[in-house]
Design a binder for this molecule. Sequence first.
Ligand code: ZN
Length: 240
Amino acid sequence: MRYAIFGDIHGNSEALGAVLGDVERMRVDRLLCLGDIVGYGAEPEACIRRIRSLGIGCILGNHDSAATGGTPLDYFNPYARAAVEWTADRLGGDEKAWLASLPLTMPLGGFILVHATLDRPAEWGYIMDREAAARCFDLLGERACFIGHSHVPVTFRRDGGISTICDVATVLDEGARYIINVGSVGQPRDGDPRASYGILDEGAGRVEIRRVAYDVGRAGRKILDAGLPPFLALRLEAGR
Ligand code: ZN
């Protein structure tokens, strides 16, 4: 099976459309979403509609949870909070009910999805270093755990010790375990403004991170026109 695994779309329908176009060319069997469909961007409803219409398996992100009242606003910085409040006003009851129904984790045989970390997933901790990765690895029964949340693509590998891999493609060794952050579709923060997502070829035991250019200017203009904080448009251009 070949999977496209993507998340942190954040209401950016330009980026989502570009990624789905790329996925089509990559001939995958199944699409999976790591959550944070909404928050920051100007088109949360359009992104939810697209994901639902394609029947994409999806887990819950912290912004999805906050937009439905599930995660308190004091978790967020002022820009994120403004976006959460704007998004919560904008979404209808059916969209909120669907977001609230999403699971925190999705085990899929050889691998598992979680938005933030397996270590208390509803507290939304970040895996930015080996200590945080170790806490997640300790709970990982599968060969690999796919995550988002930090918006920075990176892979942690445990085989005795824990190492960090920033390569575009990773071959999954038998006997090692992996935590793979596929980056963000709608708000990358690694200095590359292109949308980021992962392709898992389960048979070949290989993961590839793909970057896809999209109309960043248009997505930014929609954020400004919506009256969202201008910083949220600027950061798309910078990829930070
Ligand atoms: Zn996010």
